[in-house]
Design a protein around this ligand. Structure first.
Ligand code: SAH
Ligand code: SF4
Length: 424
């Protein structure tokens, strides 16, 4: 007999995998599109509700498959319309997703991993260490849930018209997805690629490639492979204008330095069929990477690299001694880049009221002094350690991670369309 655990989760099957599933059952591949529409467009999680599929076939499907979603354990709604949900995943840890409504679009920031192995010095998720890769169902399930929840709140579809001026197919509250929640999406490559394909699949969510953004800290070999799997938009977490500083902030830079990273990103962008440019993300940390000289250096670094720049004022959290820069230093930094010819956006802080709840969630972890001490010890030990950085996903024990919830700012001031002409 098939056990519950052994059943295939249809929530996580991309179109080709769903087709293979039906072929395996001895059925026609068109059943795959039907099933995707039921799950992702009509929000059905009960195979018996798929009324255009015959009862015998539904029985056959049920004997080997089911539709399983991650659980939402907490919900926060801001007065400005933003929402945040805490999502429990199968590894028994929690991740978060955030919805930010803006004029003409609704952006969902989703997570790809519980925790992250890359340990960027300014990132709460990095302090947690790595716990698990989310499954395809857990990644796409975030989008499924957000659309259901938002529709339930009466949130209207944000995108009534597609880019070619035709009415959008199946418009829903979430019109844009950014993979900027917890985790490094390119270290959960296969699952993220399948989830992206569902986001962009007409039979599922039908989001355009301009409206789905992968954010990466720079896993170069994965960026090099990306074009064979997707044509989603790309955001690159740079955070520093030179290798010396970036090595400190984004340790993966020791393995894949800036020059290699920019070369790899250019390769991906050049392979796209349109003239999209990547977004360079730059978290501004007071006294660390926010000097005028850094802005000038960044302008020179990127002069032959078509891109847009998104400045993100650092969001403080309890395990970090870094500070948020003053608004004048953010605006000076922005001005220097702007004068150099770049299109620059600055992340505006949204959802202050649920941001307070967000701080409390970080606090849960901040109170874990044993962990925070361990982190400091590890940081000290690392200083004297000249070993080459390796992209390893260090896993904490379930007991260490279970029930801990992390939170981070919503870095969603992302627009990816107009190229810029630098004049440096
Ligand atoms: N791992 C991927 C995607 C998740 S992080 C990446 O690094 O790109 C998404 C963004 O959140 C990154 O650009 C990172 O710079 C930003 N971020 C992380 N911690 C932050 C903090 N404390 N304040 C502001 N931005 C932060
Ligand atoms: Fe991981 Fe991104 Fe955080 Fe770095 S910034 S630790 S890559 S989630």
């Amino acid at each position: 007999m098939t056990t519950r655990e052994a059943k295939i989760n249809l929530m996580g099957l991309s179109l080709p995998k769903m087709q293979a599933f039906f072929l395996e059952l001895g059925e026609k591949p068109f059943r795959a599109s039907q099933t995707l529409k039921w799950i992702h467009q009509r929000g059905v999680t009960d195979i018996d509700a798929m009324t255009d599929i015959s009862k015998p076939l539904r029985e056959k499907m049920k004997s080997v498959a089911e539709i399983r979603l991650p659980q939402i354990t907490q919900e926060f709604r801001s007065a400005d319309g933003s929402c945040k949900w805490i999502v429990q995943v199968e590894s028994d840890s929690s991740v978060e997703m955030v919805f930010i409504p803006e004029a003409g679009r609704g952006t969902l920031c989703i997570s790809s991993q519980a925790g992250c192995s890359l340990d960027c010095s300014f990132c709460a998720t990095g302090k947690q260490g790595f716990n698990s890769n989310l499954t395809v169902a857990e990644i796409i399930g975030q989008l499924w849930w957000a659309n259901q929840k938002l529709a339930g709140f009466g949130v209207k579809p944000a995108q009534e018209w597609s880019e070619d001026g035709k009415p959008a197919q199946n418009p829903r509250p979430v019109s844009n997805v950014v993979m900027m929640g917890m985790g490094e999406p390119l270290l959960n490559f296969e699952n993220v690629m399948d989830a992206l394909s569902l986001m962009m699949e007409d039979q599922a969510y039908g989001l355009s490639k301009r409206r789905v953004t992968i954010s990466t800290s720079g896993v170069v070999p994965a960026i090099d492979r990306l074009k064979d799997f997707t044509d989603a938009s790309l955001a690159v977490s740079l955070h520093a204008p030179n290798d010396e500083l970036r090595n400190e902030l984004v340790p993966i830079n020791k393995k894949y330095p800036i020059k290699e990273l920019l070369r790899s990103v250019s390769g991906y962008m050049e392979g796209l069929s349109d003239r999209r440019v990547p977004v360079i993300e730059y978290t501004l940390i007071a006294g660390v990477n926010d000097h005028r000289q850094h802005a000038r250096e960044l302008a020179v670094l990127l002069k032959d690299f078509p891109c847009k720049i998104n400045l993100i004022p650092f969001n403080p959290f309890s395990l970090s001694d870094y500070r948020r820069p003053s608004s004048s230093s953010v605006s000076n930094f922005r001005q220097i880049l702007h004068e150099a010819g770049y299109t620059v956006t600055v992340r505006t802080t949204r959802a202050d009221d649920i941001g307070a709840a967000c701080g409390q969630l970080v606090g849960e972890v901040g109170d874990n002094t044993r962990r925070s001490q361990r982190y400091r010890d590890a940081a000290e030990a690392q200083k004297g350690n000249e070993q080459e950085f390796a992209v390893e996903q260090r896993s904490e024990t379930a007991a260490e991670v279970t029930g801990k919830r992390f939170s981070r700012a919503d870095n969603l001031a992302i627009e990816i369309d107009r190229p810029r002409r630098p004049s440096v």
